[in-house]
Design a binder for this molecule. Sequence first.
Ligand code: UT7
Length: 306
Amino acid sequence: MGVRFRGWGIALPDRIVTNDELSKTLDTSDEWITERTGIRERRIGGSAMSLGVVAGHQALEDAGFAAADIDFLVVATTTPDRLCPATAPMIAHEMGLDCPAMDVNAACSGFMFAVRTAQGLLETGNRRILVIGSEHLSRWVDWSDRNMAVLLGDGAGAAVLEYDPDGTDVLSFCLGADGSAADLLTCEHGGYFDMNGKEIFRRAVRVVVDSAEQALKGAGITADELSLVVPHQANIRIIQAALQRLGVGMDRAVITLDRYGNTSSSSIPLAYYDARENGRVRPGEYALLTGFGAGMTWASAIVRWS
Ligand code: UT7
């Protein structure tokens, strides 16, 4: 079944919060945050809807499509602006889309789950689908909790997918979920994000490596053949550990967490966009997109851009 990525867009709040700024109100330091996570600054502001609208418009423009061309909108978000309604119909309304719209919540793997969902929707007669990852994580951060406050940032990334009976950009997928790990990263109603960072770290490396290996196998290629790895941007040390186990050099990884922090569902499209802007996305080459997050959930895909 053919799926083509036709256009991409991103949105980032203007407000930059540096590690030094956080150190003024938290018992932390630029040195600790940079060494333990790789994060130097993050963007804060907007809403899941406003960021999603900007990224969505940009992706449509990039694809050369009009609002009327879109048959379905899937929004991946862990931080919807309201518990009800979903964020997707509001984004669709703001963008002038006249199509079904729904949210998907798979935490930091959300964008990948949304692409997988879109792939299924393309198979049932839809022709062009807008997929947006949009997060307003800062709203659910206790800014006096150094464990979470240093990690998260806001932002959005979007892609337009089109059905193509003659070929595909997505060669394989490996998704999973394990609810026995649900308590490791939570945000209760009316509360804030809370996490067992060490355990998430340990499991993250394992699920990224396992799912990546399965996705590679599904695509019939080896890790050596990958030109690019677009990983979820949670912690540089998780990316290093996973790539080392996969035998892939860090020179092939896309890193944006130094500038944006962990933006959950938005991190993979933001990283892909960054790679493309820097001329690192070349037609015909293989890329691994891989994410993990609360749930726990995980998702890897092998993509060959057309
Ligand atoms: O999107 C998916 C979700 N999340 C993740 O992927 C996060 C996965 N986990 C991680 O990235 C890391 O576990 C963290 C960055 C959260 C923590 O790094 P760590 O190397 O596991 O540090 P730690 O939790 O073992 O803490 C080491 C020390 C502790 O002090 P003691 O007990 O050794 O005295 C912490 O209290 O660092 C302290 N600490 C901090 N110090 C300064 C914890 N947070 C901070 C901080 N600033 N922000």
